[in-house]
Design a protein around this ligand. Structure first.
Ligand code: UDP
Ligand code: MG
Length: 331
């Protein structure tokens, strides 16, 4: 899926560090982001590139990126044909980056760029992946914090994988981790799960996640719920198995109750009343049936999506820095 632009000479040496940043309607934060990021990354390494994926922004994010590109020879802009979602945009960025390691971060500076220095230091020490973990989520609303902790507990309970709670998408990945990640073929990208699956023991850095100062979060409750169901259905078969257990228990109870009724009818003779227990049993079983069909549906839907084998994203154009940008910069 990598499309090399004619501007880029194949003899260009690969940079040491790639910063991969997905952007969706980030026009307001863009200048602030680059002016904060550039001194930090410039001091940390002399050879870097910034790969920004424009995830179908409806504002003028792309135009502003291209303005920056004319001055910044390290900036590469991958323009997707529409909004494919953050997880797909990140995958696009990782697919196009060329660094010996990549650092993925959000455009809104909620991932403090100062940490990049420590991440690189750990990487040079030999860690293959470095993950920033939110020490506390005091900037998130109370309900969201509770739901988020509950979600990780549930996920860890029903899945065989161990997930690092409160790890965001701010992480450093060595080339070997990037390659492993890109080998995973699935369409449903629950990145946290995929990273847990590929292994490579992470080095964790705790940090305080500041609130977003510019623009607004693209994640509402519905999108988060969707992501949570993706996470559970892609990494656990427990919801499917559960109904087998529930069914077994209910069948067992029904058998005991049935035997009791038969015995009672033999001993005491038949009695007509029983409407209440019948209606309760019918409704209860009806509810369970519907629910379990829904769970089946969630997995069948997943199979459906995977079997179509559609690409994860479509690139409209990869804007590579031209030779003039390099000349401007060196002037
Ligand atoms: N993002 C994206 N595509 C989307 C939604 C978000 O590329 O459909 C980017 C967004 O521009 C930002 C990052 O993903 O760089 C995190 O988004 P946001 O700050 O909205 O999420 P939150 O911090 O609330 O989790
Ligand atoms: Mg954010």
């Amino acid at each position: 899926m990598t499309s090399e632009s004619p501007h880029r000479l194949s003899s260009d040496p690969a940079p040491q560090v790639s910063l991969v940043i997905p952007m969706y309607n980030e026009r307001d934060g863009l200048d602030h982001l680059f002016s904060t990021l550039l001194p930090i990354i410039g001091a940390a390494t002399e050879s870097f590139e910034i790969v920004v994926v424009n995830d179908g922004s409806s504002d003028d994010t792309l135009q502003r990126l291209l303005d920056w590109q004319s001055r910044l020879a390290q900036l590469r802009v991958i323009d997707l044909s529409r909004n494919f979602g953050k997880e797909a945009a990140l995958t696009a960025g990782l697919q196009h980056c060329r660094g010996a390691c990549a650092i993925t971060l959000d455009a809104d500076l909620q991932d403090p760029p100062e940490l990049i220095v420590e991440m690189l230091a750990r990487w040079r020490e030999g860690y293959e992946t470095v993950v920033a973990v939110h020490a506390e989520r005091s900037t998130d609303p109370y309900m969201q914090r509770q739901l988020s902790s509950g979600f990780y507990r549930l996920l860890n309970a029903v899945s065989e994988m161990r997930f690092v709670p409160h790890a965001g998408d701010f992480r450093l990945l060595d080339r070997c981790v990037i390659d492993a990640f890109l080998q995973l073929p699935e369409r449903t990208r629950f990145n946290k799960g995929l990273f847990a699956w590929i292994g490579f023991r992470p080095y964790l850095i705790k940090h305080h996640r500041p609130a977003r100062t510019r623009g607004k979060s693209a994640f509402n409750f519905r999108r988060l719920l969707h992501l949570a169901t993706d996470g559970i259905t892609s990494f656990s078969l427990f919801p499917l198995r559960l109904w087998m257990y529930v069914g077994t228990v209910i069948a067992g109870l029904a058998f005991v109750y049935g035997s009791f009724i038969v015995l009672r009818t033999i001993v005491l003779g038949s009695d007509v009343p029983g409407y209440a227990s019948i209606i309760v049993a019918v409704m209860f079983l009806g509810g369970i049936n519907l629910f379990s069909i829904g769970v089946l549906g969630a997995y069948v839907g997943r199979i459906f999506l995977e079997s179509k084998q559609r690409p994860l994203y479509v690139v409209r154009r990869a804007h590579e820095p031209s030779a003039t940008a390099a000349a401007n910069e060196s002037r």
